[in-house]
Design a protein around this ligand. Structure first.
Ligand SMILES: NC(=O)c1ccc[n+]([C@@H]2O[C@H](COP(=O)([O-])OP(=O)(O)OC[C@H]3O[C@@H](n4cnc5c(N)ncnc54)[C@H](O)[C@@H]3O)[C@@H](O)[C@H]2O)c1
Ligand SMILES: [Zn+2]
Ligand SMILES: [Zn+2]
Length: 371
């Protein structure tokens, strides 16, 4: 079929809306009609060249839609089902999936290379193969994706909102709940409260943190964080650290979660200084490919104060379990999702959505597909 999709064709680059060919689903693949897709900073890292992918590439990885056709061998899904596309596929049987750590599924090795899991392509632009970002390409109203990337969800929740569960929400929530293991009474700092970080704020508040300090240079982000569970907000980490020390007898925070875009070694070191003995720094924000290696921390303090630096991918979530839990929390009014969407855009305005993200105008922008 012919579809109009947003392609990145150069690095650095902008999206171009191109009419491309989409093949039928092959074995264990599904044709999805996406209703909506959030736009995450990870998409934009590729456009700016901070991350380097293989172009041409059809972007987007935070989508929700409806199953329209099944390839041979698909189980557990039917035409008409509502689905959220997980940006990490999960096989259910590798050692990580079996251990409840599907975010580290071995299929992750096939991500970002471009073709589908069998090594062939479903999208073509004038005969040339088009890579599918994270296998799912949600910046197209139609896509063919692995069954392992889909979570079936109830039909009573709005797809134009729960699409955010495909990446940003679970990543942020899990950064607090799983990676930082926030407990009642903790003092937590969240550095960078955009689409991911604001959900770390929600997660820390949900876990019963006594103090949730949002750090972001953008006043609008700080205001939103305060509305969504932060108890305090500061424009930079130095002020936040000073404040947390002032209320903890000089000890510092139990955890500092880095959800800003492009964290550097210096940012991790600042977070390391902000935490107490036994505290945890969580690194969720994706560093630029060009950032030099190294974190300038005092290694004596690492051992002597038993501090921990913890990387975090998709909030350490198992999508098939956690996305459904998040839907229950949303239905119960305990997880705010509607409030996270600042603006919705037609696909034709996707570059405006990118600009709004880069200029800090959106907590989350969402692309609405037309059919
Ligand atoms: N680990 C994962 O699984 C995962 C998943 C999704 C996104 N990410 C990454 O998380 C990061 C954030 O994504 P997003 O969609 O929330 O981006 P976003 O643009 O919505 O939010 C980033 C926020 O960080 C703030 N910020 C930038 N520098 C800062 C600093 N020095 N101190 C404090 N705040 C600062 C910005 O003002 C902005 O509000 C990106 O790097 C993205 O690639 C990681
Ligand atoms: Zn993302
Ligand atoms: Zn697996």
């Amino acid at each position: 079929m012919r579809v109009r999709a947003a392609l990145q064709r150069a690095t650095p680059g902008r999206y171009e809306i191109r009419e491309i060919d989409l093949d039928e689903p092959k074995e264990h693949e599904v044709l999805v009609r996406y209703v909506a897709s959030g736009i995450c900073h990870s998409d934009v890292h590729y456009l700016t060249g901070e991350h380097v992918g293989i172009v041409p590439m059809c972007g987007g990885h935070e989508g929700a839609g409806v199953v329209e056709a099944l390839g041979p061998g698909v189980s557990g899904l039917a035409v008409g089902d509502h689905v959220i596309a997980s940006f990490i596929p999960f096989c259910g049987r590798c050692r990580y999936c079996a251990a409840g750590r599907s975010n580290l599924c071995d299929l992750g090795a096939k991500l970002q290379l471009g073709p589908q899991l069998d090594g062939t392509y479903r999208m073509h632009d004038e005969g040339q193969p088009v890579n599918q970002f994270l296998l799912i390409s949600t910046f197209s109203p139609w896509s063919v994706v692995p069954e392992q990337s889909l979570v079936k969800v109830p039909k009573d929740v709005p797809l134009e909102t729960v699409c955010l569960l495909g990446c940003g929400v679970g990543t942020g929530l899990g950064s607090a709940l799983n990676a930082a293991a926030v407990r009642p009474g903790h003092h937590v700092i969240v550095m960078g409260v955009g689409g991911v970080g604001v959900n770390a704020v929600q997660g820390a508040a949900m876990a019963g943190a006594a103090t949730v300090v949002a750090v972001d240079p953008i006043p609008f982000k700080r205001e939103m964080a305060l509305r969504l569970g932060a108890t305090h907000a500061y424009p930079d980490i130095a002020e936040a650290t000073e404040f947390v020390r002032s209320i903890t007898n000089g000890q510092g925070a139990d955890s500092a979660i880095l959800t800003m875009d492009g964290p550097t070694g210096d940012d991790v070191a600042a977070a390391f200084d902000a935490i107490s003995k036994g505290g945890t720094v969580v690194v969720t924000g994706m560093a630029s490919h060009h950032t030099p290696p190294g974190i300038p921390i005092n290694l004596l303090m690492l051992a002597g104060m038993e501090k921990r630096i913890q990387g975090c991918l998709f909030g350490m979530c198992s999508p098939a379990v956690d996305i459904l839990r998040q839907i229950d929390l949303y239905r119960a009014g305990r997880l705010k999702l509607d409030e996270l969407v600042t603006r919705r855009y037609p696909l034709d305005d996707i570059n405006l959505a990118v600009t709004d993200l880069l200029e800090g105008r959106n907590l989350r922008g969402v692309i609405m597909h037309e059919h």
